[in-house]
Design a protein around this ligand. Structure first.
Ligand code: SF4
Length: 430
C-alpha cells in the first residue's frame, strides 16, 4: 500500500501552495444536526428547542447533552409515533397540541425552535408552515421558528448553521445606520465573547454585536453598514443570508491559536482604520502571554503526525494552527464540506505536502489512515474506540466544538486538547 491508497487519481482542485483537494462520496460517520442543540440552548438563554422526531432522536439528544435533573430543560422531543406515521393522527394537530401545552406550562420560553429530523422529513411534515401558523396564535407570547437538524446528507455543525439561518430570516430587515457596525457570527462561549468584546473596546471598535444574541429580545443590527467576521467555518447559509442584507464579510483566518486570532482581529482593525501602533499596543501583551502558555504543550506536539476524519468542519483551521504554531505534521485533512471563499486565508497558511479530502468514504479513509500511521487522529465518537483498539491515539472532534477554543486566552487550552491524548498514549506505552 502506498500513502494515498484509494484516492481518486486526479485531485478536483488545488488550493494554497498547490495542495490537492480530492472529493469522496460513500458511507459517512458523522452526528446529525440535532447535536447543535447541546451548545445552542446554552447560548440563547430564553430559547427552547423542540425536536420533532423519533425515539432515536430523543435518545441522541438526551445522551449527548445529559438529562438536566435540577433545572427545567430547554430542549425536548415531540415523538412521532406509529399513529402519526400511519396517517391515523393529523401530525399538524398533534404538534399544535404539544406546542400549546408546552407554552402554557412554560411561559418563560420566549423563542421556540421546531427542529426537524429524519423522521419528520420522511413523513414530509412542513415545520416552517407549522411555525407560521403557531406564530399567529402566540404572537405576543413567543417567537416560533423552525429549522432542520436531520442527519440526511448533513453533518453535526450544520445544525448551528441552519438554526442561525432561521434566526436571520426571522429578523426584520433594517435600514442602514450612519455608523458602521461589526458583527461576530457564530456561537462562542460567553467567556470568549467577553474577551473579544474587551479587545474590540480597547481598539476603539465600539459598535460590536455577537450573533446569535444571548436573548431572543435582542435585535442584532444587519444592514449595508455592517461588516462581519465569521467565528466558525461552518456557517455557509447564515453568511449567505447576512450578505443578502447588504453586510460585507471581512476575510480572515479563523481565531484559533495566537496567529489566527491576531489575523482575525487585524481584519477588523484594518476595516476600522486602526493604526498598527494602536493594534500592537492592545494585542502584544496578550500575544506574549498566549505564546508563553502555548509553549508548555509544544514538546508533546512538535513533529507528531496528525490526520483528520471529516466531522466538525473545523478541520482546516485546526490543521493550520497545529502545523504552524505547534510544529505538527499534518498528513490528511478530511472535512465534510469546503467553503472555498470562507477558507481562502486558511489555505495560504497550510503546509505543503498534505492532502485535503472533501466528503467521506469511511472505509477508504480508514485504509489510508492505517497506511499513514499518524500519531493522533481527530475523528467522531463512532470511530474513536475502533481506532484506539488498533493502537491509534484519537481525539474526539465534537469536544473541539463544546470547549472554549477561540482567542488568545484559549490557545494553550486548544493545544492541550491534543497534547493530553498523546501524553496518555506515551504513558500507556511506557
Ligand atoms: Fe438519527 Fe436522523 Fe434523528 Fe439524527 S435526526 S437522531 S440521524 S433519526
Amino acid at each position: 500500500m502506498n500513502a494515498i491508497v484509494d484516492l481518486p487519481k486526479e485531485a478536483q482542485s488545488h488550493v494554497g501552495k498547490n495542495i490537492p483537494i480530492y472529493k469522496e462520496r460513500g458511507q459517512r460517520e458523522v452526528f446529525c444536526g440535532l447535536t447543535g442543540i447541546i451548545w445552542l440552548h446554552r447560548k440563547i438563554q430564553d430559547a427552547f428547542f423542540l425536536v420533532v422526531g423519533s425515539r432515536t432522536c430523543a435518545h441522541l439528544i438526551q445522551s449527548a447533552a445529559g438529562v438536566m435533573i435540577f433545572a427545567e430543560p430547554r430542549f425536548a422531543t415531540a415523538i412521532i409515533d406509529d399513529r402519526d406515521l400511519a396517517g391515523i393522527a393529523d401530525a399538524h394537530d398533534e404538534l399544535d397540541r404539544v406546542v400549546k401545552a408546552l407554552l402554557t406550562r412554560r411561559p418563560d420560553i420566549k423563542m421556540l425552535f421546531l427542529v426537524g429530523s429524519c423522521p419528520s422529513e420522511v413523513i414530509k411534515l412542513d415545520l416552517s408552515r407549522a411555525a407560521q401558523r403557531l406564530n399567529k396564535e402566540m404572537i405576543n407570547q413567543c417567537r416560533i421558528l423552525s429549522y432542520s437538524g436531520s442527519g440526511i446528507e448533513t453533518t453535526f455543525t450544520q445544525g448551528e448553521d441552519a438554526c442561525l439561518a432561521s434566526l436571520i430570516s426571522d429578523t426584520p430587515k433594517q435600514a442602514p445606520e450612519a455608523e458602521q457596525n461589526l458583527l461576530i457570527v457564530g456561537c462562542l462561549p460567553d467567556i470568549v465573547e467577553d474577551q473579544f468584546q474587551r479587545i474590540f473596546n480597547e481598539l476603539g471598535i465600539t459598535n460590536v454585536s455577537f450573533f446569535p444574541p444571548k436573548s431572543s429580545k435582542q435585535v442584532v443590527e444587519i444592514n449595508s453598514n455592517t461588516q462581519y467576521l465569521l467565528a466558525q467555518p461552518f456557517l455557509a447559509e447564515t453568511a449567505r443570508l447576512i450578505e443578502e442584507r447588504g453586510a460585507k464579510r471581512l476575510s480572515a483566518p479563523f481565531p484559533f491559536g495566537v496567529e489566527g486570532t491576531t489575523a482575525w482581529l487585524k481584519a477588523a482593525a484594518k476595516a476600522w482604520n486602526i493604526d498598527d501602533g494602536k493594534f500592537d499596543q492592545v494585542t502584544q501583551v496578550r500575544i506574549d502571554r498566549a505564546k508563553k502558555s502555548l509553549a508548555r504543550y509544544l514538546p508533546a506536539l512538535e513533529n507528531k503526525s496528525i490526520s483528520f476524519f471529516p466531522d466538525s468542519q473545523l478541520e482546516i483551521p485546526l490543521a493550520r494552527f497545529l502545523s504552524k504554531e505547534c510544529g505538527m505534521k499534518v498528513l490528511e485533512i478530511g472535512t465534510p464540506y469546503i467553503h472555498k471563499q470562507h477558507l481562502e486565508c486558511e489555505f495560504d497558511l497550510l503546509p505543503e505536502n498534505i492532502r485535503i479530502v472533501e466528503g467521506q468514504d469511511v472505509e477508504k479513509q480508514l485504509d489510508r489512515c492505517r497506511s499513514d500511521k499518524p500519531d493522533i487522529v481527530v475523528c467522531g465518537l463512532g470511530l474513536a474506540n475502533p481506532l484506539e483498539s488498533e493502537g491509534i491515539t484519537t481525539k474526539w472532534s465534537i469536544e473541539l466544538v463544546f470547549s472554549p477554543v477561540h482567542g488568545y486566552e484559549q490557545a494553550a487550552d486548544l493545544a492541550e486538547l491534543f497534547a493530553r491524548p498523546l501524553n496518555r498514549s506515551l504513558k500507556l506505552a511506557a
